[in-house]
Design a protein around this ligand. Structure first.
Ligand code: AMP
Length: 186
């Protein structure tokens, strides 16, 4: 089972309650299965929902802060905190302290983190599962874009199956566990 999962998600909550509900459900799944949530640290929007649900359900938290954005109010009891000077170091921390990553609905920050991780794997970072929690079909356009890249010859077939897209957190985690196991095999 994957132990440490980085979650990228909106620092806003979005316009529909389903986004916060899905973030809480994912947090509960992570907590109940005893995993560690690695995330960007701020307690706004979906970042708050997923981290508080994980903590309340028995999960561990690692917060990867940027010094300039750190607020006392973002401290979660028991969380391991890392503080970085730059966005680049912080992203490296999110990636380095996790074994797999899930993007929930979010904005450009979320997309940046997801894209960077995918691009880094293309450049040699060992493979890990990437999940998209597709609440209300939020990531259908990104799935279509990935397919278009592939169809038009900009994304190699070797990456087929790397990104797992599910609307249920339980299904997403179990598919990601299965893929992580497959990557671990020699
Ligand atoms: P966005 O999707 O644009 O709201 O950005 C959210 C993503 O960027 C999260 O996964 C965070 O890691 C990071 N992020 C955005 N805002 C903050 C903030 N104030 N503090 C820490 N991380 C943030």
């Amino acid at each position: 089972m994957i132990q440490k999962i980085a979650v990228f998600c909106g620092s806003s909550a979005g316009n529909r309650p389903e986004y916060a509900e899905a973030a809480r459900r994912l947090g509960e799944c992570l907590g109940r299965s005893g995993r560690t949530l690695v995330f960007g640290g701020c307690l706004d929007g979906l970042m708050r929902e997923v981290s508080q649900a994980a903590l309340q359900s028995g999960g561990r938290i690692e917060s990867e802060f940027i010094r300039g954005l750190y607020r006392e109010s973002d401290h979660l009891p028991g969380a391991v905190e890392h503080i970085y000077d730059t966005l680049e170091e912080r992203k490296a921390g999110l990636i380095g302290h996790s074994e797999a990553c899930i993007a929930l609905p979010g904005g450009m920050g979320t997309l940046d983190e997801f894209s960077e991780l995918f691009a880094r794997m293309q450049l040699g970072l060992p493979r890990r599962p990437l999940g998209l929690l597709n609440t209300l079909g939020y990531y259908d356009p990104l799935a279509a874009m990935l397919k278009r890249m592939r169809d038009e010859g900009f994304l190699s077939a070797e990456w087929d199956g790397l990104v797992i897209i599910k609307s249920s957190p339980e299904e997403l985690l179990s598919e990601m566990d299965r893929l992580a196991e497959a990557y671990r095999r020699p």
